[in-house]
Design a protein around this ligand. Structure first.
Ligand SMILES: Cc1cc2nc3c(=O)[nH]c(=O)nc-3n(C[C@H](O)[C@H](O)[C@H](O)COP(=O)(O)OP(=O)(O)OC[C@H]3O[C@@H](n4cnc5c(N)ncnc54)[C@H](O)[C@@H]3O)c2cc1C
Length: 360
């Protein structure tokens, strides 16, 4: 049976709040019903009528690694569950406080601590949003290319907690590749620095434990990442995002496999849509460009890089498309739909020659 907020004795909660008062300011400790209910949900298909069983006893808003560590030490001592929460977009209920306790909301840890242009890394608090981070990086001609479909709302810490998958990961890598190292508070309240070998800004080391991967994708069960060093790339000069239609799903599936196997270096990813998804997109016309009525299945590919290399890669992809009988849906649908899907490259296109859309 679940231990819920209703059956955790009030005096235990009062004691937790009192102890937290010694390490946090009052505005960092949230006990109101609104603050707690706002941190009880994620957009997963969770039974709505059971939300009140998963409400935290309280939430905290730490601003430093030391504060996170102090909160976790107190929780460990008083045997109260802790659940880290970033954007709250995780679809596996990871940020839901199943047993009440303390939600550690890291959103205030959203500072850029160091931008290293020489090594092309940035060190940030894990409460930062990738959209905001990229707004700053764009001024330096750089990009942090972790680009999930939840890009505007998910945060760096949640990406670490879920070891996220990026829509453009075939070109730039996924969260596991882009996060070089991070400070991490263990469930005992001890702080460790984790990376590949030595950690810091080093992306490869022949000595030292490769612990980073153990502490990614654990959904908060192994502690809380507080500060991370991320790998950056030059902001791409060009984007190509062609959409191709097929009469049946199997043909689209075969084509998508051929694209993935082609070995084009600028190929960032492909998305495959079946009949049901296409029908859904037609209905959801505010978000995406509606697809023509006769389309049964779709493949979208996306390439990023310097203009000359994207052009060359695009020509190869279009050749493969012809061999598979794919029907190109035109520049407007191609660029418009992809733009609605991703905001990783906010240099949105102005249109240019060639298949699909090229941009500077
Ligand atoms: C519309 C939509 C589209 C999506 N598309 C994608 C996609 O393309 N690719 C993809 O990978 N995911 C996708 N997701 C799922 C979700 O966005 C990701 O799992 C994302 O990484 C969660 O980040 P978050 O900041 O919202 O984390 P949260 O939901 O707050 O937390 C996720 C998990 O990580 C833990 N956690 C949170 N912060 C920390 C921390 N600082 N340290 C350790 N653990 C922590 C939490 O306890 C929880 O278990 C999508 C979700 C939605 C709603």
């Amino acid at each position: 049976m679940l231990v819920t907020v209703e059956n955790r004795p009030a005096d235990v909660v009062d004691r937790v709040v009192e102890r937290l008062g010694a390490v946090l300011r009052p505005d960092q400790i949230l006990t109101s019903k609104t603050d707690r209910y706002n941190r009880a949900r994620v957009p997963a298909p969770f039974p709505v009528h059971r939300w009140r069983e998963r409400v935290p006893d309280l939430a905290v808003l730490p601003e430093t690694t030391e504060e996170v560590a102090a909160v976790v030490r107190i929780a460990n001592e008083l045997r109260v569950p802790v659940v880290p929460r970033d954007g709250g977009t995780g679809l596996t209920d990871g940020a839901v406080p199943l047993r009440g306790g303390i939600v550690v909301d890291v959103k205030r840890m959203n500072r850029i601590h160091e931008l290293d242009l020489e090594n092309r890394t940035v060190t940030v608090g894990t409460g930062i949003n990738m959209l905001k981070l990229n707004e700053v990086l764009a001024r330096h001609g750089l990009i942090y290319p972790d680009d999930p479909a939840s890009y505007p709302c998910s945060l760096v810490g949640g990406r670490i907690g879920t070891s996220g998958w990026s829509l453009i990961g075939a070109r730039y890598g996924h969260t596991r590749d882009l996060v070089l190292s991070f400070d991490h508070v263990l469930p005992t309240g001890e702080v460790v620095h984790l990376g590949d070998g030595i950690g810091g800004k080093i992306s490869k080391s022949s000595s030292g434990y490769q612990l980073k991967h153990l502490f990614m994708g654990h959904q908060g069960t192994l502690g809380i990442a507080t500060r991370a060093t991320l790998k950056l790339y030059p902001k791409p000069e060009a984007e190509l995002s062609p959409f191709w239609a097929f009469d049946d799903y199997d043909a689209a599936h075969r084509f998508t496999g051929a694209l993935a196997r082609a070995g084009v270096a600028t190929f960032a990813g492909a998305v495959l849509f079946d009949e049901w998804k296409v029908a859904y997109l037609r209905r959801d016309d505010e978000a995406y460009i509606p697809q023509p009525a006769d389309v049964r299945a779709l493949t979208c590919a996306v390439l990023y890089g310097w203009e000359d290399e994207v052009r060359a890669g695009g020509r190869r992809l279009f050749r493969i498309a012809r061999e598979h009988g794919a029907r190109y849906l035109g520049d407007e649908i191609s660029a418009g739909d992809w733009a609605a899907r991703t905001t990783a490259t906010p240099h949105r296109c102005t249109g240019a020659p060639g298949p699909g859309r090229w941009c500077r």
